[in-house]
Design a protein around this ligand. Structure first.
Ligand code: CP
Length: 315
């Protein structure tokens, strides 16, 4: 019997329970092993993913496209500017039209509300490929990479150094969901938004992980097992670049900061990186192996997310 299940979306890490996050990472590990050993896994034969972009991308676009191919399906790249969205067709109508053709949608855009509206009006799964609020696929890849290197997640301490923006928000949510401590150091005025902190305090009630906020990178990095950063202009505000460089100059991952972390601390960066801004060339190159493993794991973990969301008849 063809049981019609309610469609699921992945807009923030919290769309998955702790168990689902861990199961998805386990499936990603299996898919990674199979890919590297030439074992085909066509879980999504005949399925099509639409990839709607309002912003540039290297990793997200290529990893989703290759992922769908490896799963036996197809990915369609949709530049929003080449669709009627450019001429004002609203997201609610776009959602209902795309749902008639596709089996899933991945979207990269600015407004998180736009992704929520897309999900509400779509009858097919919607995956968030980055908004101003969240970057959940990236943080799933980060968690997978941490587990690969440390053999566990629960009980570890992550430090996020930099802007309290989309990456910081998803790192907070991801770490707390799996029982990791997360310390976030931002310049004053660049802390995560109140709705993110309220959500985090809610997650803490059922998690062994704790969130610490401060404005001192050393306080956050002390004894950290994992250090994560992102570009200082992550909000895409180019005009205040010089002001930001001054405000963020002490929030750099450098060898001095790494002296106070655990000796075997990992460094992760979602990329692209700006050397000598948020991270020195020296530290980047010392940790390039795990940083590029993290980039590769986008492919494997997103394939697991696609399988989880798209491998049933959702129309
Ligand atoms: N980290 C990340 O999302 O990379 P892209 O912007 O290249 O997709």
């Amino acid at each position: 019997m063809n049981m019609l299940k309610k469609k699921r979306d992945f807009l923030t890490i919290s769309d998955f329970s702790k168990d689902e996050i861990l199961e998805t990472i386990e499936l990603a590990e299996k898919l990674k092993y199979e890919t590297k050993n030439g074992i085909q896994h066509h879980h999504l034969t005949g399925k099509t993913l639409g990839m709607l972009f309002r912003k540039a991308s290297t990793r997200t676009r290529i990893s989703f496209e290759v992922g769908m191919y490896q799963l036996g399906g197809k990915a369609l790249f949709l530049d929003a500017n080449d669709t009627q969205m450019k001429n004002g067709e609203i997201i609610q109508d776009t959602a209902r039209v795309l749902s008639r053709y596709l089996d899933g949608i991945m979207i990269r855009t600015y407004s998180h509300k736009e992704v929520e509206d897309l999900a509400e009006y779509s009858s097919i799964p919607v995956i968030n490929g980055l908004t101003n609020d969240q970057h959940p696929c990236q943080v799933m890849a980060d968690l997978m990479t941490i587990k690969e290197y440390k053999n566990k997640l629960e009980g570890l301490k992550t430090a996020f150094i930099g802007d309290g923006h989309n990456m910081a928000n998803s790192v907070i949510e991801g770490c707390l969901r799996v029982g990791m401590d997360i310390a976030v150091a931002t310049p004053k005025g660049f802390e995560p938004a109140n709705h993110i902190l309220e959500k985090a305090r809610g997650i803490e009630k059922t998690s062994s992980g704790r969130l610490y906020l401060c404005n001192d990178p050393k306080e956050a990095a002390a004894s950290a097992d994992v250090v994560i950063t992102d570009v200082w202009e992550s909000r895409g505000i180019e005009e205040d670049k010089n002001i930001r460089r001054k405000l963020f100059k002490d929030f750099q991952i450098n060898s001095e900061l790494m002296k106070i972390t655990q000796k075997d601390a990992m460094v992760l960066h979602c990329l692209p990186a700006r050397r000598e801004e948020e991270i020195t060339t020296e530290v980047f190159e010392q940790h390039q192996k795990e940083i590029f493993e993290e980039a590769e794991n986008r492919l494997h973990v997103q394939k697991a997310i696609l399988v989880k969301l798209m491998s049933y008849n959702n129309h």
